[in-house]
Write a protein that binds this ligand. Structure first.
Ligand SMILES: C[S@@+](CC[C@H](N)C(=O)[O-])C[C@H]1O[C@@H](n2cnc3c(N)ncnc32)[C@H](O)[C@@H]1O
Length: 187
């Protein structure tokens, strides 16, 4: 994968999410906020058809270029906010390595990749509020969070909206712990 400084490179959080996802066969999955496309390519090994989205056209062009270097024919890319432009309740699997850090007071061009309230709204809460409409009845979601994320707000939302959550994997750094949650619905 050729490096592009404007696109989020596969990183520790990318690899933790990859490691968390059980590789059993599914029909349709979506990689939300795909960046380089790395996780979409991974999903393509065991999911029949994979859609990958990003809000940034440059990321989608970059991921598409990466796709062209591989023999992968079951992945397509779409520029959209989250998974807004798809029909309801179609995904067996939704994964998201979101921008999960709070704004630190210094704006940069790369905030869209890492800052969760980059546009004044909490993108993780927006994602969670749409999740039930995205997943099939028995579908599953895997999302990365950090000890630096506003976890109280996030878990309040999860617990008050009938979402089942399970911590799958975590990794500790000296300043932060990142972890993957599996999310699903009982009914
Ligand atoms: C932390 S990066 C993860 C990239 C890649 N999935 C990975 O794990 O290496 C977050 C990605 O989400 C994208 N993103 C941010 N807000 C988004 C939104 N509202 N809808 C879709 N993608 C978004 C960013 O452009 C960025 O590519």
């Amino acid at each position: 994968m050729e490096r592009n400084l404007k696109i989020y490179p596969p990183s520790e959080d990318t690899f933790l999410l990859q490691e968390s996802i059980p590789k059993f066969r599914r029909n349709l999955a979506i990689d939300v906020g795909t960046g380089s496309g790395y996780l979409a390519f991974f999903l393509s090994e065991f999911v029949n058809y994979v859609i990958a989205t990003d809000i940034e056209l440059d990321a989608i062009k970059y991921a598409l270029n990466n796709l062209k270097t591989k023999n992968i024919y079951n992945v397509d890319f779409v520029v959209t906010n989250l998974f807004d432009c798809f029909r309801e309740n179609i995904f067996d699997l939704i994964i998201f390595n979101p921008p999960y850090l709070p704004f630190n007071g210094k704006k940069t061009d790369l905030d869209v990749q890492t800052v969760l309230n980059f546009k004044g709204k909490n993108i993780i809460i927006e994602f969670l509020s749409k999740l039930k409409k995205g997943l099939k009845k028995d579908g599953e979601c895997f999302i990365v969070l950090s000890s630096l994320s506003p976890l109280e707000v996030i878990f309040n939302f999860i617990n008050s909206h009938g979402i089942k959550s399970e911590k799958i994997l975590s990794k500790r750094f000296f300043f932060e712990e990142i972890f993957v949650l599996k999310l699903s619905y009982t009914s």
